[in-house]
Design a protein around this ligand. Structure first.
Ligand code: AR6
Length: 234
């Protein structure tokens, strides 16, 4: 009976802890306590590798769009990821975000593989963005190959149920089945596919250096991505 009693006491204690967390959330939205568990989107830099988009222009657009969305998203966090600590796009964006005084608790950069952010880096992200191709097909290279591989066939099935193709500047939110290792291992509940503008002549729909159009499409891509994330946070 001692065991039962102590178990009951523990449960009561943990309920109190939960209650006091709820209190803290209510009284201090935006504090570091609530931000640690805040809904988080990890996203790679759209179009700047395989799609050859200019890094200076892309970094301006990332910071502009993050600035527009961080406050709309409540306590949710946005995290720009790339594989290497020496990533050019990460350092450009860090410098420009600091210049604009963007709240570093709500937006920061992170070096790591987008498929292992929790298991490798201890960063829990509810949603991850996948920069994909117009057919929403597994493989290719970069982020798309990595995410489809890590997520297993469940992602392909769930994606097909939502859409057969995607146009550039758009995003598609796909709830990840709990059978996917990305769900069970990393805690990712949604993959948001996004298609950016392409400046690589070897890939479909190349914009031939038309940066007027390209910048507009890249802005649309970030807006669609962040709107998609907002729709699952609410
Ligand atoms: N984790 C984190 N960041 C990554 C990872 C990873 N596993 N892999 C690449 N990056 P890219 P794009 C970074 O080429 O330019 C695909 O094959 C990378 O360093 O994946 O939009 C699609 O199917 C860069 O900063 O995307 C499309 O056909 C960023 O992620 C095409 O490539 C984006 O690199 C899309 O090209």
């Amino acid at each position: 009976s001692e065991n039962i009693q102590s178990h009951a006491t523990k449960e009561k204690d943990s309920n109190q802890v939960l209650e006091s967390c709820e209190e803290q959330k209510k009284t201090s939205v935006g504090s570091s306590i609530s931000l640690e568990n805040a809904p988080t989107l990890a996203f790679p830099s759209i179009s700047t590798a395989d799609f050859h988009f200019n890094l200076e222009k892309a970094s301006d657009i990332i910071v502009e769009k993050v600035e527009e969305y961080v406050n709309k998203l409540g306590n949710a966090r946005l995290v720009l990821v790339d594989l290497s600590q020496n990533s050019k796009i990460l350092s450009l964006v860090r410098a420009k975000a600091a210049e604009k005084n963007i709240d570093s608790k709500k937006f920061f950069t992170f070096a790591g593989n987008i498929t292992n952010l929790y298991s490798d880096g201890g960063l829990h992200c509810n949603a991850i963005a996948n920069v994909t191709n117009w057919r929403l097909k597994p493989g290719g290279g970069g982020v798309n190959a990595a995410i489809f591989n890590a997520a297993g066939p469940a992602l392909e099935t769930a994606t097909k149920a939502k859409a057969k193709s995607i146009s550039s500047g758009k995003a598609i939110v796909v709830p990840l089945p709990s059978s996917s290792p990305l769900f069970s291992r990393e805690g990712v509940t949604h993959v948001i596919h996004v298609l950016g503008p392409n400046m690589n002549p070897q890939r479909p729909n190349c914009l031939n250096n038309d940066y007027v159009n390209g910048c507009k499409i890249l802005r649309d891509a970030y807006s669609s991505l962040f709107d998609g994330f907002a729709s699952i946070v609410r």
